[in-house]
Design a protein around this ligand. Structure first.
Ligand code: SF4
Length: 421
């Protein structure tokens, strides 16, 4: 496990593990999954001005925006929580590949040392190994964490289908938040079999489906906007300045790429990496990766069933290789690794499903965003000229509503002539 300093101090089970608040629902459900294994996990506190101030104090301005925010939130815990450093642990996964994400964890370690929190642990499982470093119960913990991520994805997807049309959008938010709480309750109970936990989670989803269905809605034609981009900035409403709500206020419905997409992508890359040597059909690790992927799909299918009625016309790709295949002419998965591949492929997929425009949400200077931006003009030309616009964020966005309005105007024009419906 890449949590070197922890070896000298108390184990993870005797600490509070703080998890980045990538999205409200996913971070809560992810933590609930870990709590079932005796890990006192909790989301980092919500970002605010103090986050920005603390993050800015220890960075030079060249770091990625999500790094500044997660650092600022972690430092708020160090300075404000009242817990001594030896009681603290910070979850900061890492990943191989060309972008700077691999720097987050060592950088956090360095700043913690600098502020005198040497005894705080940094827990850094890697996507390159399929997050296998989570310890002895790695497989079970990963499965619980996966279930947390996927149930939050599904509930968010239902929310984004209902809220834009709801007569009272706050009602939709309330149903979503209560459903997340119910899913957490099902997830966090220890010593339950995986089967029983899943059944209880499914019960929570079924109840949410009934409540979503009861929300009064207006009949309304809205523009459909696909949303791709860097995973943290895309999901974290503080960093993207509530872009999705702003879109909804301006008359659109958003179809956002979810977090599980990235998990499936890392599974695919893992299998690719462990392709056996000549003469062998299978390697053991490859088989394990296949099985993990299969169980994850099975869990997702079971949890998604009660919500299917909301997802007609918004079906996700049957497998992640559909997305990487669609990216092939622009960013072939064999030669490129990272979210840029998903951005390119998903943009084409969303076009094929009838979206009227595409938004990419990325942090300012994001390497994935820059590469994606370079291929979007060609993707647009090859697909009826669908409008694609990248929005960069660094905490200083000033004309977001105006720029969204321009994109939606282009989407309206495109809608009249689009060939995919
Ligand atoms: S994806 Fe972009 S924002 Fe995220 S770490 Fe990589 S370069 Fe930074």
């Amino acid at each position: 496990m890449r949590n070197d300093r922890a070896l000298a101090g108390p184990p993870l089970t005797e600490r509070f593990l703080y998890v980045p608040r990538m999205s409200f629902g996913a971070s809560r459900c992810f933590c609930a999954g870990l709590r079932a294994f005796g890990i006192d996990a909790r989301p980092l506190p919500a970002s605010d001005d103090r986050t920005v101030e603390l993050g800015g104090r220890f960075t030079s301005g060249e770091e990625c925006f999500p790094e500044r925010l997660t650092l600022g939130d972690s430092l708020k815990v160090v300075f404000d929580s009242g817990h001594p450093p030896e009681k603290l642990a910070f979850f900061m996964p890492t990943a191989p590949g060309p972008c700077r994400f691999g720097q987050y964890s060592p950088f956090l370690r360095r700043v913690l040392d600098e502020v005198g929190a040497e005894d705080a642990m940094v827990l850094s499982p890697s996507s390159g190994s399929g997050y296998d470093e989570l310890g002895q119960k790695s497989t079970e913990i990963q499965r619980a964490a996966w279930r947390g991520i996927v149930v939050a994805d599904l509930l968010r997807k239902a929310l984004l289908r209902i809220r834009p049309y709801a007569i009272d959008p706050d009602e939709a938010d309330a149903v979503y938040e209560e459903a997340i709480t119910a899913a957490c309750r099902a997830l966090e109970v220890p010593f339950r079999s995986a089967k029983e936990t899943l059944a209880r989670m499914r019960g929570a989803v079924e109840e949410a489906a009934e409540r979503f269905a009861a929300i009064r809605q207006r009949e309304e034609e809205r523009l459909l906007v696909g949303v791709v981009g860097e995973i943290f900035c895309r999901m974290n409403t503080f960093s993207n300045e509530e872009l999705i709500r702003r879109l909804e206020k301006q008359g659109a419905e958003a179809w956002i790429s979810d977090i599980s997409e990235w998990v499936y992508y890392t599974n695919l890359e893992q299998r690719r990496k462990w392709i056996p040597y000549a003469g062998q059909k299978w390697s053991k690790r490859m088989l394990a990766a296949y099985l993990k992927d299969m169980f994850q799909h099975r869990d997702e299918h079971r949890l998604a069933e009660p919500l299917h009625r909301f997802f007609a016309g918004r079906e996700e790709p049957k497998s992640i290789s559909v997305v990487t295949d669609l990216a092939e002419p622009y960013l072939p998965a064999e030669g490129v690794y990272g979210e840029m591949v998903l951005n390119a492929g998903k943009t084409v997929y969303l076009w094929s499903k009838g979206c009227d425009g595409i938004i990419d949400i990325s942090p300012f200077t994001c390497m994935n965003g820059i590469v994606s931006e370079a291929v979007y003009p060609k993707i647009s030309r090859d697909h009826d000229g669908i409008p694609i616009r990248i929005f960069y964020f660094d905490g200083t966005q000033s004309h977001l509503d105006r720029d969204l309005g321009i994109l939606l105007e282009l989407a309206r024009t495109y809608r009249k002539r689009k060939t995919q419906r």
